[in-house]
Design a protein around this ligand. Structure first.
Ligand SMILES: Cc1cc2nc3c(=O)[nH]c(=O)nc-3n(C[C@H](O)[C@H](O)[C@H](O)COP(=O)(O)O)c2cc1C
Length: 225
């Protein structure tokens, strides 16, 4: 993998992985490069837990699935998805979701399978390395700027991963259970989970990994003046 454009174009969210952790020296190279992400006032507000211990990953995932099974929809620090979906974003969400279900031949009304597929997030799609990214609660108390910084950090990780032919899946699903993750990982009280990123060796034979949602035309998102 050489250019930034190639990394951008070859990245896509993968949702099936081989049960193989990412060696720590590669994790370090990725996280060191991602640490060069710019941030307002050079705050570097990201606090990352890089977890490759299968028992710990299972503990975190099981804790979330237990909450879901108890009918709890979220237990979070920040609200990631819009509370009121409006178009064109609502439409894009529906197209993206239904495209995936269509590829996997899952019926629109088959809620059980859909929920199981969502729960796969918390089995880390079979991967054995997950980065959990937190920030200090003080940083998001009455301000949202660090969310911009940490979003850029997310993309840096995902692009740097391509250099090692690794794939990723960013997860807002864990954002929704941020309090559960924080408790299960036993992080200091001042930290709030923002998101996680599954990282690893994607299963090249898995049908789900062929899914590549299209983007809208440039004219729909950009105004040249
Ligand atoms: C912040 C963020 C949160 C996301 N959360 C999830 C998630 O919890 N589970 C999942 O399967 N995909 C998740 N995605 C992946 C998006 O669905 C995906 O990026 C989008 O459909 C575009 O597809 P692509 O990444 O393959 O280009 C997330 C993406 C972002 C940027």
């Amino acid at each position: 993998m050489s250019s930034v454009l190639e990394a951008l174009k070859s990245r896509s969210s993968k949702r099936a992985y081989l049960p193989k952790p990412v060696p720590q020296d590669i994790q370090e190279q990725i996280l060191e490069a991602a640490g060069m992400t710019p941030s307002g006032a050079n705050m570097q507000p990201w606090v990352t837990y890089a977890v490759s211990d299968v028992d710990t990953l299972k503990k975190v995932g099981d804790a979330i699935i237990q909450k879901m099974d108890a009918g709890i929809m979220n237990d979070q620090f920040i609200q990631y998805y819009p509370v009121n979906w409006v178009n064109p974003y609502k439409k894009r969400r529906i197209i993206t979701g239904s495209g995936l279900y269509k590829l996997l031949e899952v019926d629109r009304k088959d809620n059980e399978t859909r929920i199981e597929m969502w729960k796969d997030n918390f089995r880390w799609f079979g991967a054995q390395t997950v980065f959990f990214v937190f920030t200090d609660k003080a940083n998001i108390d009455g301000a949202e700027g660090v969310l911009i910084d940490c979003g850029a950090y997310m993309q840096s990780i995902m692009l740097a991963a391509r250099e090692f032919d690794l794939d990723t899946c960013p997860q807002g699903s864990t954002t929704e259970f941020g309090q559960v993750v924080a408790k299960a990982l036993n992080v200091p009280d001042n930290l709030a989970l923002l998101y996680s990123i599954v990282i690893g060796y994607s299963d090249k034979n898995a049908k789900i990994n062929t899914y590549q949602p299209q983007r809208v035309a440039l004219k729909d998102t950009v105004t040249f003046v």
